[in-house]
Design a protein around this ligand. Structure first.
Ligand SMILES: Cc1cc2nc3c(=O)[nH]c(=O)nc-3n(C[C@H](O)[C@H](O)[C@H](O)COP(=O)(O)OP(=O)(O)OC[C@H]3O[C@@H](n4cnc5c(N)ncnc54)[C@H](O)[C@@H]3O)c2cc1C
Length: 356
Protein backbone atom coordinates (compact mmCIF):
# COMPACT_ATOMS: atom_id res chain seq x y z
CA UNK A 1 0.00 0.00 0.00
CA UNK A 2 1.11 3.55 -0.72
CA UNK A 3 0.64 5.82 2.29
CA UNK A 4 -0.63 9.38 1.77
CA UNK A 5 -0.46 11.45 4.94
CA UNK A 6 -2.43 14.70 5.17
CA UNK A 7 -1.26 17.06 7.91
CA UNK A 8 -4.16 19.29 8.98
CA UNK A 9 -7.84 18.83 8.21
CA UNK A 10 -8.44 22.42 7.10
CA UNK A 11 -9.89 23.79 3.87
CA UNK A 12 -7.03 22.56 1.68
CA UNK A 13 -6.87 18.97 2.85
CA UNK A 14 -10.66 18.69 3.14
CA UNK A 15 -10.87 19.51 -0.57
CA UNK A 16 -8.27 16.82 -1.29
CA UNK A 17 -10.39 14.29 0.62
CA UNK A 18 -13.56 15.45 -1.10
CA UNK A 19 -12.00 14.88 -4.52
CA UNK A 20 -10.28 11.55 -3.75
CA UNK A 21 -13.19 9.97 -1.87
CA UNK A 22 -15.33 8.02 -2.48
CA UNK A 23 -14.41 6.83 -6.00
CA UNK A 24 -11.12 8.34 -7.10
CA UNK A 25 -8.74 6.78 -4.64
CA UNK A 26 -6.67 3.91 -6.10
CA UNK A 27 -7.13 0.66 -4.18
CA UNK A 28 -3.45 0.57 -3.26
CA UNK A 29 -3.47 3.99 -1.53
CA UNK A 30 -4.26 4.46 2.15
CA UNK A 31 -4.73 7.94 3.64
CA UNK A 32 -4.00 9.07 7.19
CA UNK A 33 -5.26 12.50 8.17
CA UNK A 34 -3.58 14.06 11.19
CA UNK A 35 -5.16 16.93 13.10
CA UNK A 36 -5.15 18.14 16.67
CA UNK A 37 -8.95 18.44 16.45
CA UNK A 38 -11.32 15.55 15.68
CA UNK A 39 -13.56 17.48 13.26
CA UNK A 40 -13.07 19.98 10.45
CA UNK A 41 -13.28 23.53 11.80
CA UNK A 42 -14.71 26.39 9.74
CA UNK A 43 -12.02 28.92 10.45
CA UNK A 44 -13.69 31.63 8.37
CA UNK A 45 -16.38 31.81 11.09
CA UNK A 46 -14.10 32.12 14.14
CA UNK A 47 -14.90 35.82 14.44
CA UNK A 48 -18.56 34.95 15.13
CA UNK A 49 -17.62 32.22 17.59
CA UNK A 50 -15.45 34.71 19.48
CA UNK A 51 -18.19 37.36 19.43
CA UNK A 52 -20.71 34.86 20.80
CA UNK A 53 -23.19 34.99 17.93
CA UNK A 54 -22.90 31.36 16.78
CA UNK A 55 -22.47 28.11 18.61
CA UNK A 56 -19.33 26.04 18.56
CA UNK A 57 -21.29 23.19 17.00
CA UNK A 58 -22.31 25.41 14.08
CA UNK A 59 -18.73 25.59 12.80
CA UNK A 60 -17.71 21.95 13.12
CA UNK A 61 -18.03 19.59 10.17
CA UNK A 62 -17.49 15.86 10.79
CA UNK A 63 -14.56 14.38 8.86
CA UNK A 64 -15.60 11.90 6.16
CA UNK A 65 -15.42 8.16 6.67
CA UNK A 66 -13.92 5.70 4.21
CA UNK A 67 -12.34 2.22 4.53
CA UNK A 68 -9.04 3.55 3.11
CA UNK A 69 -8.93 6.54 5.46
CA UNK A 70 -7.61 6.55 9.03
CA UNK A 71 -7.45 9.46 11.46
CA UNK A 72 -4.73 10.31 13.89
CA UNK A 73 -5.71 13.03 16.34
CA UNK A 74 -2.65 14.65 17.83
CA UNK A 75 -0.25 17.56 17.68
CA UNK A 76 2.30 17.51 14.86
CA UNK A 77 5.63 18.86 16.11
CA UNK A 78 8.06 18.15 13.29
CA UNK A 79 8.46 16.77 9.79
CA UNK A 80 11.71 15.05 8.79
CA UNK A 81 11.65 15.36 5.01
CA UNK A 82 14.76 13.26 4.42
CA UNK A 83 13.47 10.30 6.44
CA UNK A 84 9.82 10.75 5.35
CA UNK A 85 8.63 10.86 8.95
CA UNK A 86 6.13 13.01 10.88
CA UNK A 87 6.69 13.46 14.61
CA UNK A 88 3.82 13.96 17.05
CA UNK A 89 3.88 15.50 20.50
CA UNK A 90 3.18 12.15 22.19
CA UNK A 91 6.50 10.88 20.73
CA UNK A 92 4.78 8.71 18.14
CA UNK A 93 5.84 8.90 14.49
CA UNK A 94 4.13 8.36 11.16
CA UNK A 95 5.99 7.50 7.97
CA UNK A 96 4.65 8.47 4.58
CA UNK A 97 5.12 7.89 0.89
CA UNK A 98 3.29 11.10 -0.04
CA UNK A 99 2.67 14.03 2.28
CA UNK A 100 0.46 17.10 2.04
CA UNK A 101 1.21 19.76 4.64
CA UNK A 102 -1.88 21.89 5.30
CA UNK A 103 -1.37 23.12 8.84
CA UNK A 104 -2.68 26.66 8.28
CA UNK A 105 -1.34 29.80 9.89
CA UNK A 106 -0.82 31.45 13.26
CA UNK A 107 -0.74 35.02 14.51
CA UNK A 108 2.27 37.12 13.65
CA UNK A 109 3.18 39.66 16.31
CA UNK A 110 5.80 41.64 14.35
CA UNK A 111 8.09 41.64 17.40
CA UNK A 112 5.71 43.84 19.46
CA UNK A 113 6.68 43.19 23.09
CA UNK A 114 3.86 41.62 25.13
CA UNK A 115 1.58 41.06 22.12
CA UNK A 116 1.73 37.28 22.21
CA UNK A 117 1.41 37.14 25.97
CA UNK A 118 -1.37 39.66 26.57
CA UNK A 119 -3.66 39.50 23.55
CA UNK A 120 -6.43 37.11 22.60
CA UNK A 121 -6.57 35.45 19.19
CA UNK A 122 -9.00 34.03 16.63
CA UNK A 123 -6.48 31.98 14.66
CA UNK A 124 -7.29 28.55 16.11
CA UNK A 125 -10.46 26.98 17.47
CA UNK A 126 -9.15 26.74 21.03
CA UNK A 127 -7.93 30.34 20.97
CA UNK A 128 -11.23 31.57 19.48
CA UNK A 129 -13.04 29.77 22.33
CA UNK A 130 -10.82 31.46 24.91
CA UNK A 131 -11.55 34.80 23.24
CA UNK A 132 -15.28 34.04 23.34
CA UNK A 133 -15.07 33.34 27.09
CA UNK A 134 -13.20 36.55 27.76
CA UNK A 135 -15.30 38.85 25.56
CA UNK A 136 -18.63 37.48 26.67
CA UNK A 137 -17.80 37.58 30.37
CA UNK A 138 -16.78 41.25 30.28
CA UNK A 139 -18.88 43.56 32.44
CA UNK A 140 -20.91 46.32 30.72
CA UNK A 141 -19.00 49.35 29.37
CA UNK A 142 -15.76 47.40 29.17
CA UNK A 143 -13.27 48.47 26.51
CA UNK A 144 -12.16 45.96 23.87
CA UNK A 145 -9.13 46.81 21.74
CA UNK A 146 -8.88 44.99 18.41
CA UNK A 147 -5.52 45.38 16.71
CA UNK A 148 -5.63 45.14 12.91
CA UNK A 149 -8.48 46.18 10.61
CA UNK A 150 -8.11 43.59 7.87
CA UNK A 151 -10.97 41.25 7.07
CA UNK A 152 -10.90 39.28 10.32
CA UNK A 153 -10.49 42.37 12.55
CA UNK A 154 -13.38 44.14 10.79
CA UNK A 155 -15.62 41.07 11.00
CA UNK A 156 -14.84 40.59 14.68
CA UNK A 157 -15.37 44.27 15.57
CA UNK A 158 -18.72 44.44 13.78
CA UNK A 159 -20.00 41.12 15.08
CA UNK A 160 -18.97 42.03 18.63
CA UNK A 161 -20.62 45.45 18.44
CA UNK A 162 -23.90 43.72 17.52
CA UNK A 163 -23.46 40.95 20.05
CA UNK A 164 -22.42 43.24 22.92
CA UNK A 165 -23.58 46.80 22.18
CA UNK A 166 -22.79 47.59 25.83
CA UNK A 167 -19.03 47.29 25.14
CA UNK A 168 -16.80 50.00 23.74
CA UNK A 169 -14.95 48.49 20.77
CA UNK A 170 -11.78 50.22 19.53
CA UNK A 171 -10.32 49.09 16.22
CA UNK A 172 -6.67 50.00 15.69
CA UNK A 173 -5.11 50.06 12.27
CA UNK A 174 -1.85 51.29 10.82
CA UNK A 175 -3.42 52.60 7.63
CA UNK A 176 -5.06 55.81 6.59
CA UNK A 177 -8.24 53.83 5.91
CA UNK A 178 -9.41 50.40 6.98
CA UNK A 179 -9.47 47.47 4.52
CA UNK A 180 -6.83 48.99 2.23
CA UNK A 181 -6.97 45.94 -0.07
CA UNK A 182 -10.52 46.93 -1.10
CA UNK A 183 -11.62 49.90 -3.23
CA UNK A 184 -12.01 53.13 -1.27
CA UNK A 185 -15.79 53.05 -1.69
CA UNK A 186 -15.98 49.82 0.30
CA UNK A 187 -13.72 51.15 3.04
CA UNK A 188 -15.92 54.24 3.30
CA UNK A 189 -19.04 52.09 3.59
CA UNK A 190 -17.50 49.96 6.35
CA UNK A 191 -16.18 53.02 8.21
CA UNK A 192 -19.66 54.59 8.11
CA UNK A 193 -21.18 51.36 9.44
CA UNK A 194 -18.71 51.46 12.32
CA UNK A 195 -19.52 55.07 13.04
CA UNK A 196 -23.25 54.26 13.22
CA UNK A 197 -22.54 51.29 15.49
CA UNK A 198 -20.20 53.29 17.74
CA UNK A 199 -17.09 51.29 16.97
CA UNK A 200 -14.15 53.65 17.31
CA UNK A 201 -11.54 53.41 14.54
CA UNK A 202 -8.04 54.53 15.42
CA UNK A 203 -6.23 55.17 12.14
CA UNK A 204 -2.47 55.52 11.62
CA UNK A 205 -1.91 53.62 14.85
CA UNK A 206 1.35 51.95 15.73
CA UNK A 207 1.13 49.46 18.58
CA UNK A 208 4.54 49.60 20.18
CA UNK A 209 3.95 47.47 23.28
CA UNK A 210 1.25 45.47 25.04
CA UNK A 211 0.93 44.88 28.75
CA UNK A 212 -1.85 43.19 30.67
CA UNK A 213 -4.94 45.24 29.74
CA UNK A 214 -2.87 48.07 28.27
CA UNK A 215 -2.19 48.80 24.61
CA UNK A 216 0.54 51.28 23.74
CA UNK A 217 -0.29 53.23 20.61
CA UNK A 218 2.76 55.29 19.54
CA UNK A 219 3.94 54.61 23.13
CA UNK A 220 0.75 56.19 24.58
CA UNK A 221 -0.97 53.77 27.01
CA UNK A 222 -4.66 52.94 26.41
CA UNK A 223 -6.48 50.92 29.06
CA UNK A 224 -8.48 48.00 27.70
CA UNK A 225 -10.37 45.20 29.41
CA UNK A 226 -9.52 42.78 26.62
CA UNK A 227 -7.24 43.00 23.60
CA UNK A 228 -7.60 40.84 20.48
CA UNK A 229 -4.79 40.57 17.93
CA UNK A 230 -5.80 40.36 14.26
CA UNK A 231 -2.80 42.20 12.86
CA UNK A 232 -0.91 39.60 10.91
CA UNK A 233 -0.42 35.94 10.13
CA UNK A 234 2.47 33.61 9.47
CA UNK A 235 2.67 29.93 8.52
CA UNK A 236 2.37 27.27 11.19
CA UNK A 237 5.45 26.78 13.38
CA UNK A 238 6.08 23.27 12.00
CA UNK A 239 6.45 24.81 8.54
CA UNK A 240 8.50 27.75 9.79
CA UNK A 241 10.97 25.23 11.18
CA UNK A 242 11.33 23.32 7.89
CA UNK A 243 14.73 23.91 6.34
CA UNK A 244 13.46 24.67 2.81
CA UNK A 245 13.21 27.74 0.58
CA UNK A 246 10.50 30.22 1.65
CA UNK A 247 9.13 33.57 0.48
CA UNK A 248 9.32 36.84 2.44
CA UNK A 249 6.21 35.84 4.44
CA UNK A 250 7.78 32.53 5.45
CA UNK A 251 5.55 30.46 3.15
CA UNK A 252 7.14 27.49 1.40
CA UNK A 253 8.27 28.07 -2.18
CA UNK A 254 6.88 25.33 -4.38
CA UNK A 255 7.28 23.94 -7.88
CA UNK A 256 4.47 24.34 -10.41
CA UNK A 257 3.22 20.92 -9.27
CA UNK A 258 2.98 22.26 -5.69
CA UNK A 259 5.69 20.03 -4.24
CA UNK A 260 8.74 21.22 -2.32
CA UNK A 261 11.74 21.43 -4.69
CA UNK A 262 13.82 18.30 -4.19
CA UNK A 263 10.94 16.45 -2.49
CA UNK A 264 8.60 15.30 -5.23
CA UNK A 265 6.34 13.51 -2.75
CA UNK A 266 5.82 16.45 -0.36
CA UNK A 267 3.16 19.04 -1.18
CA UNK A 268 2.18 22.14 0.79
CA UNK A 269 -1.39 23.42 0.59
CA UNK A 270 -3.13 26.58 1.78
CA UNK A 271 -1.80 29.22 4.14
CA UNK A 272 1.64 27.56 4.40
CA UNK A 273 2.23 27.66 0.63
CA UNK A 274 3.75 30.53 -1.33
CA UNK A 275 1.13 31.37 -3.94
CA UNK A 276 0.47 34.46 -6.07
CA UNK A 277 -2.55 35.56 -3.97
CA UNK A 278 -3.13 36.44 -0.33
CA UNK A 279 -3.96 33.31 1.71
CA UNK A 280 -7.64 32.34 1.82
CA UNK A 281 -9.83 29.28 2.14
CA UNK A 282 -10.80 29.65 -1.50
CA UNK A 283 -7.17 29.70 -2.57
CA UNK A 284 -6.39 26.62 -0.45
CA UNK A 285 -9.26 24.79 -2.15
CA UNK A 286 -8.21 25.87 -5.66
CA UNK A 287 -4.68 24.72 -4.99
CA UNK A 288 -5.93 21.43 -3.53
CA UNK A 289 -7.77 20.70 -6.79
CA UNK A 290 -4.45 20.92 -8.63
CA UNK A 291 -2.59 18.83 -6.05
CA UNK A 292 -5.17 16.06 -6.48
CA UNK A 293 -4.47 16.03 -10.24
CA UNK A 294 -0.72 15.74 -9.61
CA UNK A 295 -1.19 12.93 -7.08
CA UNK A 296 -3.45 10.97 -9.41
CA UNK A 297 -1.07 11.29 -12.34
CA UNK A 298 1.92 10.25 -10.28
CA UNK A 299 0.06 7.28 -8.75
CA UNK A 300 -0.73 6.19 -12.33
CA UNK A 301 2.93 6.44 -13.29
CA UNK A 302 2.20 9.37 -15.61
CA UNK A 303 3.78 12.83 -15.73
CA UNK A 304 1.76 15.52 -13.95
CA UNK A 305 0.82 18.66 -15.92
CA UNK A 306 3.92 20.79 -16.44
CA UNK A 307 1.90 23.88 -15.59
CA UNK A 308 -1.57 24.75 -14.28
CA UNK A 309 -3.77 27.69 -15.23
CA UNK A 310 -3.82 30.40 -12.56
CA UNK A 311 -6.16 29.59 -9.66
CA UNK A 312 -9.38 31.54 -10.19
CA UNK A 313 -10.81 33.25 -7.14
CA UNK A 314 -14.48 34.17 -7.09
CA UNK A 315 -14.08 37.21 -4.88
CA UNK A 316 -14.07 38.17 -1.21
CA UNK A 317 -17.07 38.61 1.05
CA UNK A 318 -16.99 40.18 4.48
CA UNK A 319 -19.70 40.52 7.10
CA UNK A 320 -20.74 43.50 9.16
CA UNK A 321 -22.81 41.76 11.78
CA UNK A 322 -25.66 39.52 10.73
CA UNK A 323 -27.45 41.83 8.27
CA UNK A 324 -24.86 43.79 6.35
CA UNK A 325 -21.74 43.00 4.45
CA UNK A 326 -19.31 44.04 1.77
CA UNK A 327 -17.31 42.34 -0.90
CA UNK A 328 -15.69 42.22 -4.27
CA UNK A 329 -17.30 39.74 -6.61
CA UNK A 330 -15.96 39.51 -10.19
CA UNK A 331 -14.17 42.81 -9.39
CA UNK A 332 -17.51 44.47 -8.59
CA UNK A 333 -17.74 46.13 -5.20
CA UNK A 334 -20.87 45.11 -3.26
CA UNK A 335 -22.25 46.57 -0.05
CA UNK A 336 -25.33 46.03 2.10
CA UNK A 337 -27.58 43.01 2.49
CA UNK A 338 -26.72 41.22 -0.76
CA UNK A 339 -23.06 40.41 0.07
CA UNK A 340 -24.18 39.34 3.57
CA UNK A 341 -26.74 36.96 2.10
CA UNK A 342 -24.15 35.67 -0.38
CA UNK A 343 -21.73 35.04 2.47
CA UNK A 344 -24.33 33.01 4.39
CA UNK A 345 -25.09 31.12 1.18
CA UNK A 346 -21.43 30.29 0.62
CA UNK A 347 -21.20 28.89 4.15
CA UNK A 348 -24.37 26.83 3.69
CA UNK A 349 -23.12 25.43 0.38
CA UNK A 350 -19.76 24.60 1.89
CA UNK A 351 -21.32 22.61 4.71
CA UNK A 352 -23.72 20.94 2.28
CA UNK A 353 -20.92 19.85 -0.08
CA UNK A 354 -18.98 18.47 2.84
CA UNK A 355 -21.87 16.21 3.78
CA UNK A 356 -23.23 18.19 6.71
C1 LIG B 1 -11.74 35.34 11.11
C2 LIG B 1 -11.31 34.81 9.77
C3 LIG B 1 -12.12 35.03 8.67
C4 LIG B 1 -11.74 34.52 7.42
N1 LIG B 1 -12.58 34.71 6.36
C5 LIG B 1 -12.27 34.18 5.16
C6 LIG B 1 -13.18 34.30 4.07
O1 LIG B 1 -14.23 34.93 4.18
N2 LIG B 1 -12.85 33.71 2.89
C7 LIG B 1 -11.68 32.99 2.75
O2 LIG B 1 -11.45 32.45 1.65
N3 LIG B 1 -10.79 32.87 3.75
C8 LIG B 1 -11.05 33.44 4.96
N4 LIG B 1 -10.17 33.31 6.02
C9 LIG B 1 -8.88 32.63 5.79
C10 LIG B 1 -9.05 31.11 5.82
O3 LIG B 1 -9.67 30.71 7.02
C11 LIG B 1 -7.70 30.42 5.69
O4 LIG B 1 -7.01 30.95 4.59
C12 LIG B 1 -7.90 28.91 5.53
O5 LIG B 1 -8.45 28.37 6.71
C13 LIG B 1 -6.59 28.21 5.18
O6 LIG B 1 -6.84 26.85 4.98
P1 LIG B 1 -5.70 25.77 5.29
O7 LIG B 1 -6.19 24.48 4.73
O8 LIG B 1 -4.38 26.29 4.86
O9 LIG B 1 -5.61 25.69 6.88
P2 LIG B 1 -6.73 25.70 8.02
O10 LIG B 1 -8.09 25.74 7.47
O11 LIG B 1 -6.33 26.76 8.98
O12 LIG B 1 -6.53 24.27 8.69
C14 LIG B 1 -5.36 23.94 9.39
C15 LIG B 1 -5.64 22.67 10.17
O13 LIG B 1 -4.44 22.23 10.75
C16 LIG B 1 -4.65 21.85 12.11
N5 LIG B 1 -3.38 22.06 12.80
C17 LIG B 1 -2.67 23.20 12.88
N6 LIG B 1 -1.51 22.98 13.52
C18 LIG B 1 -1.49 21.68 13.87
C19 LIG B 1 -0.55 20.85 14.54
N7 LIG B 1 0.61 21.33 14.98
N8 LIG B 1 -0.87 19.55 14.73
C20 LIG B 1 -2.05 19.04 14.28
N9 LIG B 1 -2.97 19.79 13.63
C21 LIG B 1 -2.69 21.08 13.42
C22 LIG B 1 -5.77 22.75 12.57
O14 LIG B 1 -6.49 22.15 13.66
C23 LIG B 1 -6.63 22.87 11.32
O15 LIG B 1 -7.62 21.85 11.27
C24 LIG B 1 -10.51 33.82 7.27
C25 LIG B 1 -9.69 33.61 8.40
C26 LIG B 1 -10.07 34.10 9.64
C27 LIG B 1 -9.18 33.86 10.83
Amino acid sequence: MRHLVLLGGGYGNMRILLRLLPNHLPENVHITLVDRVSYHCLKTEYYALAAGTISDHHIRVPFPEHPQLTYCFGEVVKVDLDNQTVFLQDDSTISYDDLVIGLGCEDKYHGVPGAEEFTYSIQSIDKARATYQKLNNLPPRSVVGIVGAGLSGVELASELSESRPDLHVMLFDRGERILPMFPERLSDYVEKWFEEHKVEIIRRSNITKVEENVLYNHDEPIDCDAIVWTAGIQPNRVVRELDVAKDAQGRVTLTKQHHIPGYENVYVVGDCASLPHAPSAQLAEGQAEQIVQVLQKRWNGEDPPSEFPPIKLKGILGSLGKKHGFGLVADRPLTGRVPRLLKSGVLWMYKYHNGY
